[in-house]
Design a protein around this ligand. Structure first.
Ligand code: FAD
Length: 419
């Protein structure tokens, strides 16, 4: 089968890889000159099934008001007269119940755990490297209230048999010796030994190279203008290089997926949630993190990527703006210097922003649509790096008529009312 994959981020590239492995003739289209140049470029680097959780949860509406008022705020909101934003916020609110949180977290953990295993197989089969480490992640709590609040997550971890360790201060320092000087600032942590870390951009570029060798065509610098349909099927894609056709189409345009789906009558509930990262060279390895530390207070991930440290976080609702805002840099700088002072060249760090393609329930949208030959693999929000391999594999199985290894029906778009 001839397949056009729309989008060459980590999700589009993993989709292309697994579709090609299943024997399909695949072409990837992207407007950028290379793979992984947008949201997959400089994320926080966590491959974190254990930390997979929706942002919408009980108590979050109240907490968000508190976050908005913090000096180093993890959440920033620029109210705009955009009906898509308000509809999406309303849908987020509807997902803030305990029942919805449990359901959504269950879906996310299932896919993320599977994805980590698929990624592990990929490493074994191909030898792919991407500054990867398999040393777990550690969520550090600065207050007893935060530590107590982890009970809800722990209950779901237990339910899905995800290994975890609740650590006291000393054990946190044992796991992450770079925290020694900041030990008095934390009360404990939740360690997820099955989690991994790695550079999503290196991975995406390397996998795209391997896919090209395996016969996948990559059409870069090619803008997708619209998807044409007739009689319940996609008939072609209009691009800046002309009209292209295939037997089937995969929509993996991250935050830009809804704009292309809307004219087809599909109002995908995906909204861009802007995040920022810093990437700094390590200057003192003994003070640097060994793996990923999640600073729960500021919702910031601090990750070791080879001889660099990546600091990523902030949820900002600012539409599609990619303006680099200084206060957001200061928040990232504060978290890393507060916990790992002197570990890296913070003033010389590169500053980046990306738009997380976020669904209201935190779960990506994978699978069939109302159009017979259009498939979705999009809406991965905060966890697209974690879930990319598993999502690509599930999608390729669905498109190849093979039963995926995990339950997948509740991942598709039909869980939403799209009218
Ligand atoms: C600050 C930050 C930290 C993060 N940290 C983590 C983390 O630690 N772990 C984790 O799992 N996830 C993390 N994420 C989320 C993760 O990075 C995303 O979920 C993931 O990159 C989304 O991948 P994607 O392929 O769907 O989107 P993208 O990478 O954005 O790919 C979409 C592609 O579509 C192309 N495109 C769009 N419109 C068009 C068009 N009209 N024509 C042609 N091409 C088009 C773009 O060029 C782009 O290459 C983080 C995100 C941010 C912003």
């Amino acid at each position: 089968m001839k397949v056009l994959v729309l989008g060459g981020g980590v999700v589009g590239v993993t989709s292309a890889w697994y579709l090609a492995q299943a024997g399909h003739e695949v072409t990837v289209i992207d407007r950028q000159p290379e793979a992984g140049m947008e949201t997959s470029f400089a994320n926080a680097g966590q491959v974190s099934p254990g930390y997979s959780a929706p942002w919408a949860g009980p108590g979050v509406p109240v907490k968000s008001v508190k976050w908005l008022m913090m000096a180093y705020r993890p959440f920033v909101f620029w109210p705009m007269p955009d009906p898509h934003l308000w509809k999406w916020l309303w849908q987020m609110l509807e997902n803030c119940t305990t029942e919805a949180y449990d359901r959504n977290k269950g879906r996310m953990v299932r896919l993320a755990e599977y994805s980590r295993d698929v990624m592990c197989d990929l490493r074994k089969e191909t030898g792919i490297t991407y500054d990867d480490r398999q040393q777990g992640t550690l969520q550090v709590f600065r207050t007893q209230k935060q530590l107590d609040g982890a009970a809800l997550d722990i209950a779901v971890l237990k339910q899905y048999q995800v290994p975890y360790e609740v650590l006291d201060r000393e054990a946190c320092v044992k796991a992450e010796p770079g925290l020694a000087e900041a030990a008095h600032k934390i009360v404990g942590g939740l360690r997820l030994p099955g989690d991994e870390t790695g550079d999503a951009f290196k991975f995406t570029q390397t996998l795209a190279g391997m896919a090209a060798k395996a016969g996948v065509k990559f059409l870069y610098n090619t803008k997708i203008k619209q998807i044409l349909s007739d009689n319940g099927r996609v008939t072609a894609v209009e691009t800046s290089r002309g009209v292209m056709t295939a037997d089937s189409y995969v929509l993996s345009l991250g935050s830009f997926s809804p704009a292309l789906a809307r004219p087809l009558g599909m109002d995908l509930p995906i909204y861009p949630v802007k995040g920022y990262s810093l990437t700094a060279d390590i200057t003192d390895a003994a003070r640097a993190p060994v793996s990923t530390i999640m600073d729960e207070t500021f919702k910031i991930g601090i990750t070791r990527l080879g001889n660099r440290v990546r600091v990523g976080g902030t949820a900002e609702l600012a539409g599609f703006s990619r303006r680099l805002r200084k206060p957001r840099r200061e928040t990232l700088e504060h978290s890393v210097t507060d916990l790992f002072a002197g570990c890296c060249d913070v003033p010389g760090a590169s500053f980046w922003t990306g738009l997380r393609p976020m669904t209201p329930d935190g779960t990506p949208i994978i699978g069939r649509t109302g159009l017979e030959n259009l498939f979705l693999n999009t809406g991965h929000g905060t966890l697209g790096w974690t879930m990319a391999c598993g999502s690509g594999r599930v999608l390729a199985d669905i498109m190849s008529g093979k039963k995926p290894d995990i339950a997948y029906e509740d991942l598709n778009v039909f869980r939403y009312d799209l009218s």
